[in-house]
Design a binder for this molecule. Structure first.
Ligand code: CA
Ligand code: CA
Length: 427
């Protein structure tokens, strides 16, 4: 009965969370509450279990045994397992439902020698959290941090993940769903191979209803990024990703908002919208108010060859100083009021990519198809493109601006694109 009530509360909370993304977690002495705040409303994900378990009270041959004994002692109605400050050399822990694992004042879990098991695994569990613990994987290959499988109603917050060569936090499904969860205020440092990873199953959206906010990823040149694949109904907001290979990597996602993230100094793609054969594709994505700076390509589809990408809005972002392109528009989307470094840093490869209010750093409007630069698409623009129909860079009359859908040829796609914009204006 108690559980049912709690679950109902949590369900309501997470419904609200799907609309919110400013998440604050408070950790008073005996109450563990994940709170959300916004101008509209507030709510909480409440882990206020009455039983407190102190891991120091448990005997064992090593720290793994002691911590596991403490976790085994969590009663069905739930408990808060406190791991006191200090270095605990432990991994391979298995946690139950209704368990809050709580560190404080510098609780560190360090990977034991010659062990590659995840630090903690939650499989088919609900109503749990991990707060305030530093995990140091000591750069051991193929060793994960926290693994969460087929679970719901959980929070992973205020932790530090150091020196991981495999996903520090990986959320997957085997048979069931993973839903209603928060990942907030964690720090990932020197973490490679997708430190924050949500990976569902193709053509399913069994990972859903999540909020990923205020996390920091620093240093991860081997596939360091936030990765989400085959997921739906989530928010990725206000995260900082610096010195990595990518920023936010997606593949086949639905109903996702990517907002207010800082992605800086990446060697490959800032944000990409990957696809995969056999999946329904990427649908209804809003990418807004992000800063994507000093990388290689700011935004692109990049991954996969399928083109089922629809209802994408990319607005009010800064794509600045990316060495190849700020925007590689190889997917259909509405690009609205974005700032790029210069005209040359925008390439359009897909006729479904439409632009409004794009500006360069020095304030110039970039209006693809406006060949005479009068900030409106009129008959003169359409005529200029049509006049050199068939031209390639070898021809005397070649005009790269007429090759709007860039393929080194002025063809029917270019004419159709400009004609479809007929009458539009940036004035
Ligand atoms: Ca014009
Ligand atoms: Ca062309």
């Amino acid at each position: 009965m108690i559980r049912k009530k709690l679950t109902t509360t949590l369900a309501l909370t997470l419904l609200l969370l799907s609309l919110l993304y400013e998440v604050r977690i408070t950790l008073p002495r005996t109450s563990y509450i994940v709170e959300t705040k916004s101008e509209l409303t507030s709510s909480s994900l409440d882990f206020n279990y009455k039983t407190i378990i102190n891991a120091s009270d448990y005997p064992g041959g090593n720290d793994t045994e002691r911590l596991q004994a403490a976790l085994n002692d969590v009663p069905p109605e739930g408990a808060i397992v406190i791991i006191p400050p200090g270095v605990w050399t432990a991994c391979g822990l298995i946690a139950k439902s209704r368990t809050v694992i709580q560190g404080y004042n510098g609780t560190i879990l360090e990977r034991p020698e010659n062990k590659t098991a995840p630090f903690i695994t939650f499989e088919n569990k609900s109503e749990f959290a991990v707060f305030n613990i530093t995990f140091n994987s000591k750069a051991v290959p193929e060793a994960y941090g926290i693994r969460i499988i087929d679970s719901e109603f959980f929070a992973i917050s205020y932790n530090s993940f150091l020196n991981f060569e495999e996903s520090a936090l990986k959320i997957t499904i085997n048979y069931d769903t993973c839903e209603n969860f928060l990942i907030t205020h964690n720090q990932f440092k020197n973490t490679n191979r997708v430190p924050l990873f949500l990976f569902g199953l193709p053509n399913e959206r069994l990972i859903k209803n999540f909020v990923i906010t205020n996390n920091t990823i620093i240093n991860g040149l081997i596939n360091g990024k936030i990765g989400i694949a085959f997921v739906s109904d989530g928010i990725i907001a206000n995260n900082t990703i610096i010195n990595t290979e990518h920023g936010i990597a997606t593949r086949c996602i639905s109903n996702i908002r990517i907002e207010g993230n800082l992605i800086e100094n990446f060697t490959s793609y800032g944000i990409y919208l990957g696809t995969q054969i056999g999946d329904e594709g990427t649908i209804n994505i809003t990418i807004i108010n992000n800063n994507i700076l000093n990388g290689y390509i700011g935004i692109s589809k990049w991954y996969g060859s399928e083109s089922h990408i629809t209802q994408i809005t990319i607005s009010n972002n800064n794509f600045i100083n990316n060495s190849l392109y700020d925007i590689m528009a190889d997917f259909p989307a509405y690009f609205i009021d974005n700032v790029i470094t210069s005209r040359e840093k925008l390439i359009i490869l897909c006729a479904g990519a439409l632009f409004k209010g794009t500006k360069t750093l020095d304030g110039q409007i970039v209006m693809p198809g406006d060949l005479d630069a009068n900030l409106s698409i009129d008959i003169a623009d359409v005529a200029q493109v049509a006049m050199i129909y068939g031209a390639t860079p070898e021809d005397d009359n070649w005009n790269p601006d007429a090759d709007v859908i860039t393929n080194q040829k002025v063809d029917i796609q270019d004419i159709a694109y400009v004609a479809s914009l007929f009458g539009s204006s940036e004035n």
